[in-house]
Design a protein around this ligand. Structure first.
Ligand code: PGA
Length: 248
């Protein structure tokens, strides 16, 4: 059985007091069995969060630098993340692609770097509204995977989660319909199967992201190939995060 996951991407939200209050509140709440919890706080609170987190909560970084060390002002390396117990990283988020110019070759280097350090990777893909309307959604997602992820070995792929996040649905309140999500997730799984194997594809958790909330999560998560969510806005409060955990 592949893992069900609810991952909160906090983006540039939650200062230290807020982050710790969330994690402490989460610890007191009743949570369902069998759903992996993951939170991606900002760099400055990662250490505090990983110390405060219970074992069943994965603390992930939102970014990683592609180099080992050196003159890269403002950047954070895999080794630094691992030194504070952070073993998971988001790569390829559309905000990193569009605002910070992370193109496919930079993303491939980041994936390589994370894999080299045996980190779990949450690799994000997704088309823009223009691309969807032009009927190019599958082509774009296929290229994003081929360019920056599919050079990993099948052993390395065991440590990968794919998040499908249509750019037009992120932070807009416009969610993909459950059918649209299912269609793309099934397509992604097929691509993984073709490139790797049926087993790799079957075991790959594929998360949906883009305006997931407590009102739509149940329907989205009930789709055959949707194994959970990568959630921004609705993962900023412990109560709604717990509701999402219960949406399977
Ligand atoms: P959103 O963000 O849930 O606020 O749309 C999702 C994401 O960007 O990961």
């Amino acid at each position: 059985m592949r893992k069900k996951i609810v991952a909160g991407n906090w983006k540039m939200n939650q200062n230290k007091a807020e982050a710790i209050a969330f994690i402490e509140a989460l610890a007191t709440k009743e949570k369902p069995e069998g759903v992996q919890m993951m939170l991606a706080p900002s760099y400055v609170v990662l250490d505090a969060c990983s110390q405060a987190a219970s074992k069943d909560l994965i603390i992930a970084a939102q970014n990683i630098n592609q180099h080992d060390s050196g003159a890269y002002t403002g950047e954070v390396s895999a080794d630094m993340l691992k030194s504070i117990g952070v073993e998971t990283v988001l790569i390829g988020h559309s905000e990193r692609r569009s605002i910070y110019g992370e193109d496919h070759s930079i993303l491939a280097e980041k994936v390589k770097q994370a894999a080299l350090h045996n980190m779990q990777i949450v690799f994000c893909v997704g088309e823009s509204l223009e691309e969807r309307e032009a009927g190019k959604a599958e082509e774009i997602v296929k290229k994003q995977l081929a360019d920056s992820l599919f050079f990993l070995s099948s052993t390395q792929m065991k440590n990968v989660v794919i998040a499908y996040e249509p750019v037009w649905a992120i932070g807009t309140g416009k969610t993909a319909s459950p059918e649209q999500a299912q269609e793309m997730h099934a397509y992604i799984r097929k691509l993984v199967e073709e490139k790797y194997s049926p087993i790799t594809a079957e075991q790959m958790s594929i998360l949906y992201g883009g305006s997931v909330n407590t009102g739509n999560a149940k329907e989205l998560f009930s789709q055959t190939d949707v194994d959970g969510g990568l959630v921004g806005g609705a993962a900023l409060k412990a109560d709604s995060f717990v509701e999402l955990l219960n949406a399977f």
